[in-house]
Design a protein around this ligand. Sequence first.
Ligand SMILES: [Zn+2]
Ligand SMILES: [Zn+2]
Length: 410
Amino acid sequence: MKSYLLSILILSLSLSNASAQSSDGTWYRGNTHTHSLWSDGNDFPEMITEWYLQNGYDFMALSDHNILARGDKWMALDAVKKRQKGEGPGAMEKYLKRYAGTDWIETRDNKGTQEVRLKKLEEYRSLFEKRGKFLIIEAEEISAGFGNKPIHINALNIQEVLPAIKGSSVRDVMSRNLQAISKQEKETGEPILAHLNHPNFRWAITAEDLAHVIEEKFFEVYNGHPGIGHLGDETRPGDEEIWDIANTIRIAELKQAPLLGVATDDSHNYHGGHNSPGRGWIMVRAKRLDPKSLIAAMRKGDFYASSGAYLDEISWNKKTREITIEIQADGESTFTAELIGTRKNYQANADKGKTGIGEILASKKGRSITFAVPKDVLYARVTITSSAAHSNPSFDGQKKQAWTQPVGWK
Ligand SMILES: [Zn+2]
Ligand SMILES: [Zn+2]
Protein backbone atom coordinates (compact mmCIF):
# COMPACT_ATOMS: atom_id res chain seq x y z
CA MET A 1 0.00 0.00 0.00
CA LYS A 2 2.77 2.35 0.94
CA SER A 3 4.57 1.89 -2.37
CA TYR A 4 1.31 2.44 -4.24
CA LEU A 5 0.87 5.84 -2.55
CA LEU A 6 4.50 6.65 -3.25
CA SER A 7 4.01 5.87 -6.91
CA ILE A 8 1.06 8.26 -7.13
CA LEU A 9 3.17 10.96 -5.53
CA ILE A 10 6.02 10.37 -7.96
CA LEU A 11 3.82 10.32 -11.04
CA SER A 12 2.07 13.51 -9.99
CA LEU A 13 5.49 15.17 -9.84
CA SER A 14 6.41 14.20 -13.36
CA LEU A 15 6.37 16.81 -16.08
CA SER A 16 4.49 16.22 -19.27
CA ASN A 17 6.28 13.57 -21.28
CA ALA A 18 7.81 14.16 -24.68
CA SER A 19 5.57 11.85 -26.66
CA ALA A 20 3.59 13.40 -29.52
CA GLN A 21 1.04 11.74 -31.78
CA SER A 22 1.88 11.27 -35.40
CA SER A 23 0.11 9.47 -38.23
CA ASP A 24 2.17 6.29 -37.88
CA GLY A 25 2.31 6.08 -34.11
CA THR A 26 3.59 8.07 -31.19
CA TRP A 27 7.09 9.43 -30.76
CA TYR A 28 8.47 8.09 -27.51
CA ARG A 29 11.62 9.50 -25.95
CA GLY A 30 14.03 7.14 -24.22
CA ASN A 31 17.52 6.67 -22.89
CA THR A 32 18.88 3.14 -23.23
CA HIS A 33 22.24 3.47 -21.49
CA THR A 34 22.35 4.36 -17.78
CA HIS A 35 24.48 3.29 -14.81
CA SER A 36 23.60 3.14 -11.12
CA LEU A 37 25.20 1.93 -7.89
CA TRP A 38 24.47 -1.59 -9.11
CA SER A 39 27.72 -1.18 -11.10
CA ASP A 40 29.80 2.02 -11.44
CA GLY A 41 27.18 4.78 -11.35
CA ASN A 42 26.94 7.03 -8.29
CA ASP A 43 23.23 7.09 -7.48
CA PHE A 44 20.42 4.79 -6.45
CA PRO A 45 18.30 3.36 -9.26
CA GLU A 46 15.07 4.91 -7.93
CA MET A 47 16.65 8.39 -7.84
CA ILE A 48 17.93 8.03 -11.40
CA THR A 49 14.64 6.66 -12.69
CA GLU A 50 12.77 9.54 -11.11
CA TRP A 51 15.10 12.02 -12.82
CA TYR A 52 14.21 10.56 -16.24
CA LEU A 53 10.51 10.47 -15.40
CA GLN A 54 10.58 14.13 -14.40
CA ASN A 55 12.64 15.26 -17.37
CA GLY A 56 10.33 14.36 -20.20
CA TYR A 57 11.31 10.78 -20.95
CA ASP A 58 8.80 8.05 -21.80
CA PHE A 59 11.14 5.11 -21.27
CA MET A 60 14.54 4.28 -19.92
CA ALA A 61 16.83 1.32 -19.46
CA LEU A 62 19.19 1.01 -16.52
CA SER A 63 22.08 -0.87 -18.06
CA ASP A 64 24.69 -1.74 -15.46
CA HIS A 65 27.87 -3.62 -16.36
CA ASN A 66 27.39 -7.40 -16.40
CA ILE A 67 24.60 -7.35 -13.80
CA LEU A 68 20.83 -7.06 -13.53
CA ALA A 69 19.14 -5.40 -10.55
CA ARG A 70 18.05 -8.74 -9.14
CA GLY A 71 18.93 -10.47 -5.88
CA ASP A 72 20.15 -8.96 -2.62
CA LYS A 73 22.94 -6.42 -2.95
CA TRP A 74 24.16 -4.51 0.08
CA MET A 75 26.63 -1.68 -0.31
CA ALA A 76 28.78 -0.02 2.35
CA LEU A 77 27.86 3.65 2.88
CA ASP A 78 31.58 4.46 2.60
CA ALA A 79 31.65 2.89 -0.85
CA VAL A 80 28.59 4.93 -1.88
CA LYS A 81 30.38 8.06 -0.69
CA LYS A 82 33.57 7.20 -2.61
CA ARG A 83 31.63 7.32 -5.88
CA GLN A 84 30.81 10.97 -5.28
CA LYS A 85 32.44 13.48 -7.63
CA GLY A 86 32.54 17.18 -6.82
CA GLU A 87 30.84 19.06 -4.00
CA GLY A 88 27.31 19.17 -2.65
CA PRO A 89 25.00 16.64 -1.02
CA GLY A 90 25.85 13.03 -1.76
CA ALA A 91 23.74 10.12 -2.95
CA MET A 92 22.84 8.86 0.52
CA GLU A 93 21.86 12.31 1.82
CA LYS A 94 19.60 12.93 -1.16
CA TYR A 95 18.15 9.43 -0.95
CA LEU A 96 17.31 9.83 2.75
CA LYS A 97 15.72 13.20 2.12
CA ARG A 98 13.66 11.94 -0.81
CA TYR A 99 12.23 8.99 1.10
CA ALA A 100 12.00 10.70 4.51
CA GLY A 101 8.99 9.60 6.51
CA THR A 102 8.76 6.23 4.76
CA ASP A 103 10.33 2.88 5.54
CA TRP A 104 11.52 2.48 1.93
CA ILE A 105 15.26 2.68 2.66
CA GLU A 106 16.91 -0.36 4.29
CA THR A 107 20.20 -0.03 6.12
CA ARG A 108 22.05 -2.39 8.44
CA ASP A 109 25.12 -2.69 10.59
CA ASN A 110 27.23 -5.50 9.20
CA LYS A 111 29.93 -6.16 11.81
CA GLY A 112 30.60 -2.47 12.24
CA THR A 113 30.13 -1.52 8.57
CA GLN A 114 27.05 0.57 7.78
CA GLU A 115 25.37 -0.73 4.64
CA VAL A 116 22.37 0.09 2.46
CA ARG A 117 20.49 -2.40 0.32
CA LEU A 118 20.14 -1.55 -3.38
CA LYS A 119 16.56 -2.07 -4.51
CA LYS A 120 15.77 -4.66 -7.14
CA LEU A 121 14.03 -3.61 -10.34
CA GLU A 122 11.00 -5.69 -9.39
CA GLU A 123 10.75 -3.69 -6.15
CA TYR A 124 10.95 -0.16 -7.58
CA ARG A 125 9.40 -0.66 -11.01
CA SER A 126 5.85 -0.09 -9.76
CA LEU A 127 6.80 3.24 -8.17
CA PHE A 128 7.38 4.78 -11.56
CA GLU A 129 5.82 2.78 -14.35
CA LYS A 130 2.43 3.72 -15.69
CA ARG A 131 0.92 2.03 -18.69
CA GLY A 132 1.40 4.16 -21.80
CA LYS A 133 3.16 6.90 -19.81
CA PHE A 134 6.45 5.61 -18.50
CA LEU A 135 8.28 2.35 -19.06
CA ILE A 136 11.43 0.83 -17.57
CA ILE A 137 13.17 -1.69 -19.83
CA GLU A 138 15.45 -4.16 -18.10
CA ALA A 139 18.93 -4.03 -19.62
CA GLU A 140 22.55 -5.04 -19.20
CA GLU A 141 25.70 -3.50 -20.59
CA ILE A 142 27.52 -6.69 -21.47
CA SER A 143 31.04 -5.51 -20.88
CA ALA A 144 33.47 -7.80 -22.63
CA GLY A 145 36.87 -7.02 -24.07
CA PHE A 146 39.80 -8.18 -26.11
CA GLY A 147 43.19 -7.42 -24.53
CA ASN A 148 42.84 -3.88 -23.21
CA LYS A 149 40.04 -3.03 -25.65
CA PRO A 150 36.59 -2.65 -24.10
CA ILE A 151 33.79 -4.23 -26.12
CA HIS A 152 30.51 -3.13 -24.59
CA ILE A 153 27.11 -4.11 -25.90
CA ASN A 154 23.80 -3.05 -24.42
CA ALA A 155 21.07 -5.69 -24.41
CA LEU A 156 17.62 -4.11 -23.98
CA ASN A 157 14.75 -6.20 -22.66
CA ILE A 158 17.15 -8.91 -21.60
CA GLN A 159 15.44 -11.73 -19.71
CA GLU A 160 18.39 -13.27 -17.84
CA VAL A 161 21.86 -11.92 -17.16
CA LEU A 162 24.37 -12.81 -19.88
CA PRO A 163 28.00 -13.17 -18.84
CA ALA A 164 30.55 -11.40 -21.02
CA ILE A 165 32.09 -13.88 -23.46
CA LYS A 166 35.76 -13.93 -24.45
CA GLY A 167 37.05 -14.54 -27.96
CA SER A 168 40.05 -14.61 -30.27
CA SER A 169 39.78 -11.07 -31.71
CA VAL A 170 37.75 -7.88 -31.37
CA ARG A 171 35.37 -9.08 -34.07
CA ASP A 172 35.10 -12.55 -32.57
CA VAL A 173 34.20 -11.09 -29.15
CA MET A 174 31.58 -8.81 -30.73
CA SER A 175 30.15 -11.67 -32.70
CA ARG A 176 30.02 -14.21 -29.86
CA ASN A 177 28.29 -11.81 -27.47
CA LEU A 178 25.77 -10.76 -30.11
CA GLN A 179 25.04 -14.40 -30.87
CA ALA A 180 24.42 -15.06 -27.16
CA ILE A 181 21.86 -12.23 -27.14
CA SER A 182 20.16 -13.64 -30.25
CA LYS A 183 20.09 -17.08 -28.68
CA GLN A 184 18.33 -15.73 -25.60
CA GLU A 185 15.84 -13.93 -27.82
CA LYS A 186 15.06 -17.17 -29.65
CA GLU A 187 14.82 -19.20 -26.47
CA THR A 188 12.59 -16.77 -24.59
CA GLY A 189 10.54 -15.46 -27.52
CA GLU A 190 11.08 -11.92 -26.19
CA PRO A 191 12.70 -9.37 -28.50
CA ILE A 192 16.09 -8.24 -27.20
CA LEU A 193 17.73 -5.29 -28.91
CA ALA A 194 21.51 -5.05 -28.90
CA HIS A 195 23.47 -1.88 -29.53
CA LEU A 196 27.22 -1.65 -29.65
CA ASN A 197 28.51 1.15 -27.44
CA HIS A 198 31.17 3.86 -27.84
CA PRO A 199 33.42 2.25 -30.49
CA ASN A 200 36.10 4.92 -29.92
CA PHE A 201 36.37 4.28 -26.16
CA ARG A 202 40.10 3.45 -25.84
CA TRP A 203 40.00 3.23 -29.63
CA ALA A 204 38.76 -0.32 -29.26
CA ILE A 205 36.56 -0.88 -32.30
CA THR A 206 37.22 0.37 -35.82
CA ALA A 207 34.68 1.19 -38.50
CA GLU A 208 35.91 -1.91 -40.35
CA ASP A 209 35.18 -4.07 -37.29
CA LEU A 210 31.69 -2.59 -37.05
CA ALA A 211 31.09 -3.20 -40.75
CA HIS A 212 32.21 -6.80 -40.76
CA VAL A 213 30.37 -8.05 -37.68
CA ILE A 214 27.06 -8.21 -39.45
CA GLU A 215 25.18 -9.51 -36.41
CA GLU A 216 25.52 -5.92 -35.18
CA LYS A 217 22.51 -3.87 -36.29
CA PHE A 218 22.72 -0.80 -34.00
CA PHE A 219 25.53 1.30 -32.60
CA GLU A 220 25.97 4.53 -30.63
CA VAL A 221 26.49 7.41 -33.03
CA TYR A 222 26.44 9.64 -29.95
CA ASN A 223 27.20 8.72 -26.32
CA GLY A 224 27.14 11.46 -23.68
CA HIS A 225 30.16 10.24 -21.73
CA PRO A 226 32.95 12.82 -22.24
CA GLY A 227 35.72 10.18 -22.35
CA ILE A 228 34.61 8.09 -25.31
CA GLY A 229 36.32 9.90 -28.20
CA HIS A 230 33.12 11.01 -29.94
CA LEU A 231 34.95 13.34 -32.30
CA GLY A 232 37.89 11.02 -32.98
CA ASP A 233 41.38 12.53 -33.13
CA GLU A 234 43.97 13.60 -35.75
CA THR A 235 44.23 10.11 -37.18
CA ARG A 236 41.03 8.40 -36.13
CA PRO A 237 37.47 9.08 -37.31
CA GLY A 238 34.71 10.29 -34.98
CA ASP A 239 31.48 8.38 -34.44
CA GLU A 240 29.63 9.93 -37.39
CA GLU A 241 32.48 9.16 -39.79
CA ILE A 242 32.70 5.65 -38.38
CA TRP A 243 29.02 5.24 -39.21
CA ASP A 244 29.60 6.30 -42.82
CA ILE A 245 32.68 4.14 -43.30
CA ALA A 246 30.99 1.08 -41.80
CA ASN A 247 27.83 1.58 -43.83
CA THR A 248 29.75 2.12 -47.04
CA ILE A 249 31.58 -1.19 -46.53
CA ARG A 250 28.36 -2.96 -45.57
CA ILE A 251 26.38 -1.83 -48.57
CA ALA A 252 29.10 -1.68 -51.27
CA GLU A 253 31.20 -4.70 -50.35
CA LEU A 254 29.19 -6.98 -48.07
CA LYS A 255 25.73 -6.39 -49.61
CA GLN A 256 24.32 -5.99 -46.11
CA ALA A 257 21.93 -3.53 -44.51
CA PRO A 258 23.51 -0.46 -42.90
CA LEU A 259 23.93 0.04 -39.17
CA LEU A 260 21.35 2.18 -37.44
CA GLY A 261 22.44 4.86 -34.96
CA VAL A 262 21.30 5.49 -31.40
CA ALA A 263 22.21 8.32 -29.02
CA THR A 264 22.51 7.65 -25.29
CA ASP A 265 23.60 9.21 -22.00
CA ASP A 266 25.86 6.46 -20.65
CA SER A 267 25.29 8.41 -17.44
CA HIS A 268 27.41 7.59 -14.39
CA ASN A 269 27.45 10.85 -12.40
CA TYR A 270 24.42 12.42 -10.79
CA HIS A 271 25.96 14.82 -8.26
CA GLY A 272 28.45 17.63 -7.84
CA GLY A 273 28.33 19.49 -11.15
CA HIS A 274 29.43 16.69 -13.46
CA ASN A 275 25.95 15.35 -13.95
CA SER A 276 25.63 13.28 -17.05
CA PRO A 277 21.95 12.45 -17.65
CA GLY A 278 20.07 14.27 -20.43
CA ARG A 279 22.77 14.42 -23.09
CA GLY A 280 21.60 11.94 -25.70
CA TRP A 281 18.46 9.92 -26.37
CA ILE A 282 16.37 8.26 -29.04
CA MET A 283 12.91 9.13 -30.29
CA VAL A 284 11.07 6.00 -31.40
CA ARG A 285 7.83 6.13 -33.40
CA ALA A 286 5.95 3.14 -32.03
CA LYS A 287 2.38 1.91 -31.79
CA ARG A 288 2.56 1.42 -28.03
CA LEU A 289 4.91 2.10 -25.17
CA ASP A 290 6.09 -1.45 -24.53
CA PRO A 291 9.38 -3.25 -25.25
CA LYS A 292 7.93 -5.26 -28.14
CA SER A 293 6.53 -2.24 -30.00
CA LEU A 294 9.59 -0.07 -29.37
CA ILE A 295 12.01 -2.75 -30.54
CA ALA A 296 9.89 -3.55 -33.60
CA ALA A 297 9.87 0.16 -34.57
CA MET A 298 13.62 0.43 -34.06
CA ARG A 299 14.27 -2.62 -36.22
CA LYS A 300 12.24 -0.98 -38.97
CA GLY A 301 14.41 2.12 -38.59
CA ASP A 302 11.48 4.21 -37.36
CA PHE A 303 13.46 6.26 -34.88
CA TYR A 304 16.11 8.94 -34.72
CA ALA A 305 18.95 9.83 -32.40
CA SER A 306 19.11 13.20 -30.67
CA SER A 307 21.30 15.34 -28.47
CA GLY A 308 18.76 18.16 -28.31
CA ALA A 309 16.97 18.70 -31.64
CA TYR A 310 13.44 17.30 -31.97
CA LEU A 311 11.75 16.30 -35.20
CA ASP A 312 7.99 16.24 -35.69
CA GLU A 313 8.21 14.20 -38.85
CA ILE A 314 10.63 12.16 -40.93
CA SER A 315 9.35 10.56 -44.09
CA TRP A 316 11.10 8.77 -46.89
CA ASN A 317 9.39 8.38 -50.23
CA LYS A 318 11.02 5.47 -52.08
CA LYS A 319 9.47 6.41 -55.42
CA THR A 320 10.49 10.06 -55.55
CA ARG A 321 13.58 9.40 -53.41
CA GLU A 322 12.74 12.38 -51.25
CA ILE A 323 13.37 12.59 -47.55
CA THR A 324 11.26 15.16 -45.71
CA ILE A 325 11.95 16.40 -42.20
CA GLU A 326 9.98 18.76 -39.99
CA ILE A 327 12.11 20.17 -37.19
CA GLN A 328 10.45 21.39 -33.99
CA ALA A 329 10.85 25.07 -33.13
CA ASP A 330 13.20 25.76 -30.23
CA GLY A 331 13.10 29.45 -29.22
CA GLU A 332 15.18 31.53 -31.61
CA SER A 333 17.32 28.58 -32.74
CA THR A 334 18.00 28.10 -36.42
CA PHE A 335 18.75 24.71 -37.96
CA THR A 336 21.07 23.36 -40.62
CA ALA A 337 20.27 19.98 -42.16
CA GLU A 338 22.96 18.12 -44.07
CA LEU A 339 22.30 15.25 -46.41
CA ILE A 340 25.25 12.91 -46.00
CA GLY A 341 26.00 9.82 -48.05
CA THR A 342 28.48 7.89 -50.12
CA ARG A 343 28.34 7.79 -53.92
CA LYS A 344 28.55 4.44 -55.68
CA ASN A 345 31.76 5.50 -57.43
CA TYR A 346 33.21 6.90 -54.22
CA GLN A 347 36.62 5.33 -54.81
CA ALA A 348 36.96 7.25 -58.06
CA ASN A 349 36.12 10.46 -56.18
CA ALA A 350 38.72 9.79 -53.54
CA ASP A 351 41.49 12.29 -54.06
CA LYS A 352 43.19 15.22 -52.33
CA GLY A 353 43.02 13.47 -48.99
CA LYS A 354 39.30 12.79 -49.35
CA THR A 355 37.89 9.30 -49.15
CA GLY A 356 34.61 10.01 -50.92
CA ILE A 357 32.88 8.34 -47.96
CA GLY A 358 30.22 10.24 -46.05
CA GLU A 359 30.18 13.24 -48.39
CA ILE A 360 27.92 16.20 -47.67
CA LEU A 361 25.61 15.87 -50.66
CA ALA A 362 23.44 18.90 -49.85
CA SER A 363 22.83 21.38 -47.05
CA LYS A 364 19.69 23.38 -46.22
CA LYS A 365 18.59 25.80 -43.52
CA GLY A 366 15.12 26.04 -41.99
CA ARG A 367 12.65 23.78 -40.20
CA SER A 368 10.83 22.20 -43.15
CA ILE A 369 13.41 20.37 -45.18
CA THR A 370 13.12 18.16 -48.24
CA PHE A 371 16.13 16.57 -49.87
CA ALA A 372 16.13 14.65 -53.12
CA VAL A 373 18.48 11.73 -52.58
CA PRO A 374 20.66 11.30 -55.69
CA LYS A 375 20.30 8.02 -57.58
CA ASP A 376 24.02 7.34 -57.53
CA VAL A 377 24.44 7.01 -53.77
CA LEU A 378 24.77 3.83 -51.71
CA TYR A 379 22.66 5.44 -48.95
CA ALA A 380 21.98 8.85 -47.49
CA ARG A 381 21.17 10.14 -44.03
CA VAL A 382 20.51 13.54 -42.48
CA THR A 383 22.29 15.28 -39.61
CA ILE A 384 20.45 18.27 -38.15
CA THR A 385 22.45 20.83 -36.19
CA SER A 386 20.87 23.63 -34.17
CA SER A 387 22.46 27.05 -33.68
CA ALA A 388 21.83 26.47 -29.96
CA ALA A 389 24.52 25.14 -27.67
CA HIS A 390 23.91 21.85 -25.88
CA SER A 391 22.70 22.57 -22.35
CA ASN A 392 25.09 20.04 -20.79
CA PRO A 393 27.82 19.43 -23.38
CA SER A 394 30.04 16.36 -23.45
CA PHE A 395 32.61 18.14 -25.67
CA ASP A 396 33.66 21.77 -26.30
CA GLY A 397 31.37 23.74 -28.57
CA GLN A 398 28.71 21.03 -28.75
CA LYS A 399 25.45 22.08 -30.45
CA LYS A 400 22.09 20.35 -30.20
CA GLN A 401 21.80 17.76 -32.97
CA ALA A 402 19.63 14.99 -34.40
CA TRP A 403 20.57 12.10 -36.67
CA THR A 404 18.15 10.26 -38.95
CA GLN A 405 18.70 6.68 -40.11
CA PRO A 406 20.15 5.80 -43.53
CA VAL A 407 17.70 5.60 -46.43
CA GLY A 408 17.95 4.85 -50.13
CA TRP A 409 20.07 1.72 -49.81
CA LYS A 410 17.52 -0.98 -50.68
ZN1 LIG B 1 30.57 1.04 -21.81
ZN1 LIG C 1 28.06 2.36 -20.04
